[in-house]
Write a protein of this length. Sequence first.
Length: 101
Amino acid sequence: MFRIRDDIGMVSICETRNGGDHWAVYCDRSLHPAINIRQPNSLSMVVLGEEHHFFINDQFVWHGKIPRLSHSRIDVGIVTGGKLPVQCRFREFNVLVPPKK
């Protein structure tokens, strides 16, 4: 999960499995100046095998090895906690997979 809290400018990166029964946290609620507070934000990832690079608004946020994620499905979701209304627009949503050799 690549998660931002755009109301306070925090980013988290974690992995959940089996409906949330198992999880690993890689970047835990870190403040990051790349997040536009209460404004649109662009999230992107570059994944090469187990190496993951995360970007917000074209600024580097975090890099690390996540062993299982590159073999998993991709889910896209919006989590609000039920307290705040949310508007979400996906623009230029792309998943690029290199061709098999």
